[in-house]
Design a protein around this ligand. Structure first.
Ligand SMILES: *Cc1c(COP(=O)(O)O)cnc(C)c1O
Length: 399
């Protein structure tokens, strides 16, 4: 039977204290115990099933984590107060001083900055590679390589990584493949393709409302337990706990993710086809011209389409800015960073979310100064949106 992340979430039976259809929200930082021994056994890990303090586990976060594990097909999951917390906690849990990481050169800007700048403090070395070049990845392996880090769909170039092939390289060399699947929830299930750890910024598609920042780590039970260990767990000790009120609201939004992903993908595909018609330089993994289109088709769950991200290239940052201002004026959406929102968002990646990446590295990775990344919204009438974009292009004299 086909792996269906949406049905896996739907099939969960999670109730509140009084049979509430939504799980109760845990409005408590601490928990009482009837007996002292149960408390001490909970601290040592001998007693399972009790909650001791909300930085460790709390019931609301547990419900959301269970739903995310069901979506990914992993044994377990952990939720955090931001996507960056998920990424940095998972990396720090796996590395010691002197460890080595191989990372895709194209990643989210914050991730790049953490890998390139911050990890130096711990003498953790990072080799950046082209994530679509398996030979380069294999060649970068060292005896102390602990992690291969990639994004399923890279930001903002929308390259697709061959997760199955990279997982094999990781397995052969005793490293863990960590995949950021923020752009493609439900579309791709990286753990099913062999990734050991899947991380998310839930700020984006998973929550979909742009009302909070949150993250998640999906992995096997052993790794999640390690993260939460009271003596050595990075998440327990650095403490980026997600507030239970938020986790309850994200949990409800997760239940509509499958419908939203379909609409985001439908709308982005429509725009890609129309951009092609008018001869606008664009990049969308759903188009046959995309270099990893065939690979993506093999990896993806076709029910959810090719995703909601599409990029166009206006060549210079100045032209990009002028177009974005015009599009905002016309009502296409908002000139804003972030993605996965119900309204269309657009930004010039080189000057915003990838500005942490030095300009020369931007150029070598093929990031044009004039690239506009669209996160296509849930527009009911996407043709109307296209007409507004088309008019904006014409009024700026770019067509
Ligand atoms: C936004 C984003 C992050 C960072 O997540 P925050 O929730 O902002 O901390 C990481 N990876 C990708 C791909 C992102 O888009």
């Amino acid at each position: 039977m086909k792996f269906d992340p949406a049905s896996n979430i739907q099939d969960l039976l999670q109730f509140g204290e009084f049979g509430d259809v939504n799980p109760s929200i845990t409005d408590s930082a601490t928990y009482t115990f009837l007996e002292g021994k149960t408390m001490s056994d909970t601290f040592t890990g001998e007693q399972q099933g009790c909650f001791l303090y909300s930085r460790h586990w709390n019931p609301s976060n547990r419900y959301l984590a269970e739903a995310l594990a069901a979506m990914e097909g992993t044994e377990s999951a952990w939720v955090t107060a931001s996507g960056m917390a998920a990424i940095t906690n998972a990396i720090l849990q796996l590395c010691d001083t002197g460890s080595h990481i191989i990372s895709s050169v194209t990643t989210y800007g914050g991730t790049f900055a953490f890998l390139a700048n911050y990890l130096k403090k711990f003498k953790i070395e990072v080799t950046f590679v082209d994530p679509t070049n398996l030979e380069q990845i294999e060649k970068a392996i060292q005896p102390n390589t602990k992690i291969i880090y990639a994004e399923t769909m890279t930001n903002p170039l929308l390259q697709i990584c061959d997760i199955e092939a990279i997982a094999k390289i990781a397995d052969q060399h005793g490293a863990k493949l960590m995949v950021d699947n923020t752009f493609t929830p439900m579309i791709v299930a990286p753990a099913k393709l062999g990734a050991h750890i899947v991380v998310y910024s839930m700020t984006k598609f998973i929550n979909g409302k742009n009302d909070c920042v949150a993250g998640a780590i999906c992995a096997d039970e052993q790794f999640i337990d390690e993260l939460a260990d009271v003596n050595t767990g990075t998440s327990m000790l650095l403490g980026p706990v997600l507030d239970p009120m938020r986790s309850a609201s994200i949990h409800k939004n997760l239940h509509t993710l499958h419908i939203r992903m379909k609409q985001h993908s439908h709308n982005a595909m429509y725009l890609a086809k129309r951009f092609k018609e008018i001869g606008l330089k664009h990049n969308y993994p759903g188009m046959p011209e995309h270099p990893q289109h065939e690979l993506f088709k093999k990896m993806m769950n076709p029910d959810f389409g090719f995703g909601g991200l599409i990029a166009i290239d206006l060549e210079t940052a100045e032209r990009a800015t002028k177009l974005m201002e015009k599009m905002q004026e016309k009502g296409v959406g908002y000139l804003a960073v972030s993605l996965g929102y119900f309204k269309t968002l657009f930004s010039n990646s080189g000057k915003s979310t990838s500005s942490e990446v030095p300009e020369d590295v931007q150029r070598t990775m093929g990031l044009s100064e004039g690239l506009i990344r669209f996160s296509v919204g849930l527009d009911n009438d996407i043709e109307r949106t296209f007409i507004m974009i088309h008019e904006s292009l014409k009024e700026r004299g770019y067509l």
